[in-house]
Design a protein around this ligand. Structure first.
Ligand code: GLN
Length: 190
């Protein structure tokens, strides 16, 4: 099984290591052809505005959006979630892939130094808490009717799913815990 990692910026290496640990061959997605033969894609954290510029400059935006609409499984973490969202409430207005029916607020916990880690219960992963790393993280401020909220922190969703899409406001690739990547791989049919 070939799982892509959008490899234009951000925490690419960390997601790659996670997939390798789980014996999956990662495909680093850098150009439109790379999207053709993957069976799932991870959109990493980083800076969503930079992602947007590069996605458009390299003609990746439309092709990625089309494959996601056709059902390609995807997991967006932090900036990756922002890219997937239907709407971003910050100003100036920011474009997005518009695939996941949520409204997000960027940098909602404050600046870099307000980044934090906390262990949270995520029922779909079992009893053991998951160490959630939030780095200049967004908040999901509204979810659509078909969006399933799998976990919350401070009453805000931090792990959501809709059809083929998983959105996380934190960074599972920055821990040693592989459970979220395993969960995503199952969704890809692995
Ligand atoms: N603050 C970044 C953004 O708005 C996201 C940060 C991250 O991915 N850790 O794009």
């Amino acid at each position: 099984m070939k799982i892509g990692i959008l490899a234009i910026q951000g925490s690419i290496i960390e997601h790659k290591k996670m997939l390798e640990k789980l014996k999956v061959e990662p495909v680093l997605v850098k150009k439109p052809e790379d999207i053709d033969y993957i069976e799932g894609i991870i959109l990493p954290g980083g800076e969503s505005t930079t992602f947007l510029t590069i996605l458009e400059n390299r003609s990746l935006f439309t092709k990625l959006q089309r494959r996601l609409k056709e059902g390609l499984p995807a997991m967006g973490t932090c900036a990756g979630l922002i890219l997937l969202a239907k709407e971003i409430e910050n100003h100036p207005e920011q474009k997005s892939l518009g695939i996941l029916d949520v409204i997000v607020s960027r940098n909602a916990y404050g600046r870099q130094r307000e980044s934090f880690t906390t262990s949270l219960k995520i029922p779909v992963l079992g009893e053991k808490e998951f160490e959630c790393v939030f780095i200049r993280a967004p908040q999901i401020v509204k979810v659509g009717n078909d969006v399933k909220v799998q976990a919350t922190f401070d009453e805000k969703p931090i792990f959501v799913e809709e059809k083929n899409i998983i959105g996380l406001t934190f960074h599972p690739e920055l821990t040693e815990d592989t459970r979220i990547h395993e969960y995503f791989l199952k969704r890809c049919g692995f």
